[in-house]
Design a protein around this ligand. Sequence first.
Ligand SMILES: Cc1cc2nc3c(=O)[nH]c(=O)nc-3n(C[C@H](O)[C@H](O)[C@H](O)COP(=O)(O)OP(=O)(O)OC[C@H]3O[C@@H](n4cnc5c(N)ncnc54)[C@H](O)[C@@H]3O)c2cc1C
Length: 415
Amino acid sequence: MWRRVFDQRVLDLPDALQYLGNMNRLRTQVGIIGSGPAGLLLSHLLAQRGIESIILERQSRAHVEARIRAGVLEQGTVDLLRQLGLGERMDREGIVHEGFSMAFSGRKERIDMHKLTGKSVMIYGQTELTKDLINARLAAGGAIHYECPVLAVEEYQSSQPRIIYEQEGQRKELVCDFVAGCDGYHGAARKSVAQNRMQLFEKVYPFGWLGILADVPPVDHELIYASHERGFALCSMRSHTRSRYYVQCSLDDRVENWTDDAFWDELRRRLPPECAEKLVTGPRLEMSIAPLRSFVVEPMRFGNLFLAGDAAHIVPPTGAKGLNLAVSDVYYLARALAAFYGEKRSDLLDRYSEVALRRVWKAVRFSWWYTMLMHRFDDDQISHRLQVAELEYVASSEAAQTVMAENYVGLAFDD
Ligand SMILES: Cc1cc2nc3c(=O)[nH]c(=O)nc-3n(C[C@H](O)[C@H](O)[C@H](O)COP(=O)(O)OP(=O)(O)OC[C@H]3O[C@@H](n4cnc5c(N)ncnc54)[C@H](O)[C@@H]3O)c2cc1C
């Protein structure tokens, strides 16, 4: 009978059971959950150092590649991608921005990031970056298993943590030395840890962003952040021909409530006249509403389970920091894992949480500050006047602009 079942193999019962068990068990050095920017970049950084990894991703490859999200890469992110040999298409198709504008009280003030810091940012959509990272990883023989939802991480306190996942309806496990939970805010990694072992910090803002993506030329060559009595607006872009615009909306608003024309009219009202006149409109490619929150979990390490990116923290998109924080987390994590495998040192692993969180909190602070400065808060009569006073101060002070620019282009990675 076993001869029939296993075709070319002649197995007795114990061997057959083991064979079946092995079919459902994989082994690697670092098991990565999630193929967003954090998971993908980590697998590249590890491969560069000769460390083996396997990525398990819940969604299909097509789904992951189509998600519309971030679009601003900090200087440090750009430098790291280039250093890994992953920046070729980004350098060809991305747009370098040396400044951005803040609009308020009918005027527009430019922050010259390059003059103030010597640095710039790169406009390159997260969708494109994700495609580049996936293509390069697969071309190098990397293992990414799509449509493999992770159910839990078990025994993460031991030297053999196990990732339990499903593939084609079968329950399987990935045994590894370390687990990197790069599975975003709703992922399974953080949920595998008892709540009483972590501290959660959260602030939910009383509004969301209604965003539209359209194949129209951007209203300006750089981003415009607008503070208006009707609410915040952002004029962003993905390329010279594709624009991404947002308007602040209420938390109970729905995409179904908005026609394209209603969106464009609302955006126009919140921009200074010189910009509103130049706005080119067109049919939506996509429209969605994103709630805004600040969220941090401490620590970011639990035994041999490490959290990185949105799995550990969320920032409101105002400061364009979410994707960039995912990058700095995995930079620190890969460096620590390299020291462990290469030099048998565990001190950097021990310090991962502390070092990553130090940068995370600075970005959380900047994103919170910029969000509070630019959005309309209905509950408080004084806040809009205070916002205008602060915006006028920023517009008139090189010192204040330098603080803004330094944070926007991205703080240095700590040693
Ligand atoms: C709607 C939206 C708009 C955004 N806009 C901006 C912006 O304009 N600017 C900005 O800087 N940031 C923005 N962000 C944030 C930015 O996109 C994220 O910070 C960034 O994607 C973080 O990367 P990550 O790899 O940590 O997480 P993610 O990109 O979320 O990747 C996590 C991956 O894990 C997978 N996963 C989840 N659960 C499981 C599981 N159980 N098993 C296996 N796989 C799993 C997910 O499918 C996903 O592929 C936005 C985010 C959202 C949701």
